[in-house]
Design a protein. Structure first.
Length: 205
């Protein structure tokens, strides 16, 4: 009986040590799968929009977020629904506010949500939240920034042109846990893609 209890105790200790790691690894894989799937869905929608509305550099970025989304993006995302609630994200350091908008989010049939900002420094910014408005709403963890690029005429991750070292140490948007500021985490989708669609050991998870 004592031997059985000792064995069970050892098993319990091993389980307590390994379970959090296994759960974390599973969450990483789910995150990457959802990011990759949504990136493909959104890319296809943008390509379909280009067929009807012309190249991205001809799209009217003087429109409001809602007007722009409902002309150029939402008609090409079957089943997308508008949400009018205010949306708050935190930076990857989990301390500072990232974005706080009154403009609508759009919920996709797969449970993800997007927000489009067409008038940001000549870039059409798109925030993808892979689990909608569910927690944690942290950039680089369940929310990622992409750019509908007029220059490249495609959807790309923010900081796509940066090297991995630049992504981790950028003045704005660095994908590093200790990088504070309202833009912290903007470059994280680019880092995941550059790592071959994986969240590696050095990722600020």
């Amino acid at each position: 009986m004592a031997e059985v209890l000792i064995t069970l105790g050892i098993i319990g200790v091993v389980a307590a040590i390994t379970t959090p790691t296994l759960i974390s690894e599973h969450k990483k894989k789910v995150t990457v799968a959802r990011l990759k799937s949504n990136f493909s869905i959104l890319s296809q929608a943008i390509n379909a929009s280009k067929l009807e509305n012309g190249d991205i550099n001809t799209w009217d970025t003087t429109l409001s977020s809602e007007e722009f989304a409902e002309i150029y993006i939402i008609p090409y995302l079957k089943g997308a629904q508008k949400l009018n609630n205010k949306y708050l994200l935190r930076a990857i350091d989990k301390k500072t506010s990232f974005f706080c908008w009154n403009n609508p989010l759009y919920l996709l049939p797969n449970g993800s949500a997007i927000y489009v900002n067409p008038n940001s420094q000549n870039a059409i910014r798109l925030i993808l939240d892979i689990n909608g408005k569910q927690a944690p709403n942290v950039v680089g963890i369940d929310a990622f920034e992409l750019v509908i690029s007029p220059t490249n005429n495609i959807l790309i991750p923010t900081c796509n042109s940066y090297s991995k070292e630049q992504i981790k140490n950028a003045t704005y948007g660095a994908c590093r846990k200790d990088k504070t500021g309202v833009y912290g985490g903007e470059c994280c989708a680019a880092l995941i893609m550059k790592d071959g669609w994986e969240i590696t050991e050095d990722y600020p998870w």
